[in-house]
Design a protein around this ligand. Structure first.
Ligand SMILES: Cc1ncc(COP(=O)(O)O)c(C=O)c1O
Length: 461
């Protein structure tokens, strides 16, 4: 196997779905097969995926926001290969690694805002878990305030900050001491923090499950309220961070925002090695690690591993060198402007929103056409949340564009293009959206037949 891994894998070609059905997640397999997403991709390069028949797909899902550089970026690959060839003394533990120091230096330089320290971990949820502990430790308080519709991960601490009941149901009691406030509501935040029991207020600048963006001035005011009541402001930039929204960090779209803690992950991996980074002020981190005895009081086995750090360093270098933050801003603006124009012609579209290359399109019952209202009602009587399939299925089957509905029980379709996306790719996507939105207005028609069939099958399952 080690001499010809490629050949060895070839012998197992075509077994993925059978293996997952038996040993991984049979219901997931069933879902993919039901909506025809069981493509069996065999190659990924840049913004594209290829199936075994050689068909090329534009990937606007990017592994839930991981592949901002596209897949298998040659510069990242070159750096990773050189690292493997160097036989580095990885994870010595009783030692400081140069690589993680260099990543930390670059991260705090791009973050600015008085953030000076970095704790490395292995995922987004682990960042949030760490941020909860750091905030509790440095304030001596217990409660964490979060937003309705927020998403911060699915481990029991981060799940306790989830704004949707669906994710919590049937998982028992979660971390105590959490309080929910409506998103973008400063009065509610002030009321909640006034008791002076909250260690932190955690918020995503663009909510991952809805693409709702914080209002102008919201973060600076939230920070003022937090300071007034002794609460730390934690920004979850796990999805928005590192250029996706057209700034290195999304909070930089607004002046005078100085969070106490920023979490980032996803993009930092370069699509190669899981990694997370909790970026904090010196005050926060130095409160946690406040004596030699406590110098590793919060730690993990794999944080700062050389592969993750090399992937992170390479990723930051490519974002800088290829001016991908700038490209995200330009392409995001172009896509959203055109999508808003296209959406005007479709009575189901209520909103196009987002920031940079994190944007979504929201659908609702139409106000006008009686026929389309009837179609909408018929579908929603059968199943809430299937309407989105009428967008994502033809996007994949007819236009070869991979997307996903933004969350459970929502009618928002979210797009997370790679930051390397070109105008040509965007035009491919926009022409496809025009066609797909036009199809939704043909009732009866094949698009409606497909989703009504799916909704009926879902009822029987
Ligand atoms: C905003 C946000 N926070 C936290 C997470 C959790 O990250 P992970 O899945 O790496 O644990 C995600 C993942 O999608 C996210 O989008």
């Amino acid at each position: 196997m080690h001499k010809d891994f490629k050949g060895w894998l070839k012998q197992h070609e075509g077994r993925a779905y059978e293996l997952h059905e038996k040993h991984v997640n049979p219901v997931f397999v069933k879902m993919l097969r039901t909506i025809g997403f069981d493509k069996g991709y065999t190659r990924g390069e840049g913004c594209y995926l290829w199936d075994s028949a050689g068909n090329k797909y534009l990937d606007l899902l990017t592994g839930w926001g991981v592949f901002a550089l596209g897949r298998n970026h040659p510069k990242v690959k070159a750096i990773m290969s050189q690292l493997i060839d160097q036989d580095m003394p990885n994870l010595v533990r009783m030692e400081c690694s140069l690589l993680s120091g260099l990543v930390a230096e670059r991260l705090v330089t791009h973050a600015g805002a008085g953030l000076e320290r970095v704790f490395f971990c292995n995922s987004g949820a682990e960042c949030v878990e760490g941020a909860i502990k750091f905030a509790r430790c440095s304030t001596g308080r217990q409660e964490i305030v979060y937003c309705d519709h927020g998403f911060h991960g699915l481990t029991t601490g981060s799940l306790a900050l989830n704004g949707a009941d669906f994710f919590r149901e049937r998982f028992g009691d979660l971390m105590p001491g959490t309080r929910k406030v409506p998103f973008n509501d400063l009065e509610a935040l002030e009321r909640e923090l006034a008791s002076k029991k909250a260690a932190a207020f955690i918020v995503e600048p663009v909510q991952g499950k809805s693409c709702e963006v914080v209002k102008d001035g919201y973060l600076a005011e939230a920070q003022r309220i937090c300071k007034k009541h002794g609460t730390l402001l934690v920004l979850d930039e796990i999805q928005t961070g590192l250029g996706r929204t057209g700034r290195w960090f999304c909070f930089q779209h607004w002046p005078d925002v100085q969070p106490d803690i920023v979490c980032c992950s996803k993009i930092l991996s370069g699509g190669y090695v899981p990694v997370g980074a909790i970026i904090t002020t010196a005050k926060v981190m130095d409160c946690v690690f406040n004596s030699m005895e406590r110098c590793v009081v919060h730690s993990n086995t794999f944080g700062q591993n050389d592969l993750a750090m090399a992937a992170a360093l390479a990723t930051l270098y490519v974002i800088e060198e290829d001016k991908l933050v700038e490209n995200a801003a330009i392409m995001g603006e172009y896509a959203m402007t055109r999508l808003r124009e296209i959406g005007k012609g479709c009575p189901f579209v209520t909103d196009v929103r987002g920031k940079g290359l994190m944007f979504g399109i929201d659908f609702a019952r139409p106000r006008e056409s009686l026929k389309l209202k009837m179609a909408w009602d018929m579908l929603h009587k059968l199943n809430f949340g299937v309407f989105g399939q009428m967008i994502i299925i033809p996007l994949l089957q007819k236009h070869r564009i991979l997307t996903q509905v933004a969350g459970y029980h929502t009618e928002v379709i979210k797009f997370l293009p790679p930051m390397t996306v070109t105008k040509q790719d965007m035009d491919w996507f926009l022409a496809a959206m025009q066609d797909v939105l036009d199809e939704t207005q043909r009732f009866p028609g094949t698009a409606w037949d497909t989703v009504l069939g799916l909704a009926k099958r879902a009822m029987k399952a």
